[in-house]
Write a protein that binds this ligand. Structure first.
Ligand SMILES: Nc1nc2c(c(=O)[nH]1)N[C@H]1C(S)=C(S)[C@@H](COP(=O)(O)O)O[C@H]1N2
Ligand SMILES: [Mo]
Length: 331
């Protein structure tokens, strides 16, 4: 972390040693405010509190809101945005749900995505150039976390199939694999000395789908939510949403997409394969080794509701798994 300390401003020894830790960024900012000093932090112009709207430095902000696709109907209310932006899983920024402030350190421009593996020609494309080549729409989707809570979000984005087309994979490609950024300077948990609990984690975060799943109508690349470009804590500027699978499949802040003929090993599978598999399709009848998946707590309410097979999206996706033998489809 680069800090320009103005003359005459004494940073206490204590603060100085935690400069790298970023978990303490808020404290640092408070200290700065208290002294009235000016200080330059990378991305400071972009950094806002977790409750703030998307940043003014975001050149895609004017694209939203986008037209809702009426095909995707809900059986429940949307999760209120103020609740959703304060309850997130984004392990790069911490192991609790309260990572929204830490996630503001994420620098979302410039942002590019590397496309490689079994494609006609590997390339790197800027995020804003992707936006020029796809059709944005809004979809109301349910999201079921493997931890047995759920939310309902108005996502903006485009079908993953449009990005697959753009990537021009070879016909021999059987899987698509995604990678999140790796940057210990902004993600505390990728900085093992300061965050010991994350020491053994196989960063960067990875996820994968079969090509059939990637080209399924439901697979959605998310670039916005609640009628705005994506909040950082939601995985800006580009994340996946596959609503029939447990939430960990919906990888955030994607920087690389690789086509391959080998089944990718995802982040949580690498951490604990006995509990988190490749398929991870939602099924209320198949318990997690440590808890039941029969019901879910609806975020923003005190209610538990029954969980549905494929999270209620069976008519779209069940056909893809017909006749598959010997696969653990629901973990
Ligand atoms: N890179 C990355 N992607 C991630 C995660 C993560 O920790 N890191 N958590 C996953 C999990 S477990 C869930 S439930 C969702 C949470 O998305 P939300 O914070 O937008 O609700 O993001 C998924 N994508
Ligand atoms: Mo999750």
């Amino acid at each position: 972390m680069l800090i320009k300390r103005p003359k005459g401003w004494e940073l206490s020894e204590n603060l100085a040693t935690t400069e790298e830790a970023f978990l303490n960024r808020r404290e640092l900012m408070k200290a700065v405010a208290a002294t009235g000093a000016t200080i330059a932090l990378p991305g400071m112009a972009l950094a806002k509190s977790g409750t703030g709207a998307s940043t003014s430095a975001d050149p895609s902000a004017h694209l939203y809101p986008v037209k809702r696709n009426p095909k995707f109907k809900l059986d429940r209310a949307l999760t209120p945005e103020p609740i959703n932006i304060k309850y997130n899983n984004f392990y790069e920024f911490g192991g609790t749900k309260a990572i929204s402030n830490a996630a503001q350190a994420l620098k979302i421009r410039p942002w590019s995505v590397k496309i490689d593996g079994m494609v006609e020609k590997p390339f790197r494309i800027g995020f804003d150039d992707i936006l020029k080549q796809v059709q944005l729409e809004e979809r109301l989707y349910r999201h079921r976390c493997v931890e047995a809570w759920s939310m309902t979000v108005p996502w903006s984005g485009f079908p993953l199939s449009q990005l697959v087309k753009l990537a021009r994979p070879l016909s021999s490609a059987k899987y698509i694999s995604f990678e999140t950024f790796q940057d210990p300077k902004i993600a505390p948990a990728q900085n093992p000395p300061s965050v010991p609990w994350a020491y053994a984690y196989p960063w960067p975060y990875r996820e994968g789908l079969t090509m059939a799943e990637a080209n399924n109508d439901l697979s959605f690349m998310v670039t916005g939510a609640y009628g705005k470009s994506l909040h950082k804590q939601f995985g800006a500027p580009l994340r996946l949403h596959v609503p029939w699978k447990y939430g960990f499949k919906s990888i955030k802040s994607i920087v690389r997409i690789t086509f391959t003929d080998k089944r990718p090993v995802s982040f949580w599978e690498a951490v604990q394969a006995r509990e988190y598999g490749f398929w991870a399709n939602v099924n209320p009848k198949v318990s997690h080794p440590r808890w039941s998946q029969a019901t879910e707590r609806v975020l923003g309410t005190n209610k538990r509701v029954p969980t549905l097979l494929y999270n209620g999206y069976g008519e779209w996706v069940a056909h893809m798994y017909k006749g598959m033998k010997g696969e653990k489809l629901f973990m």
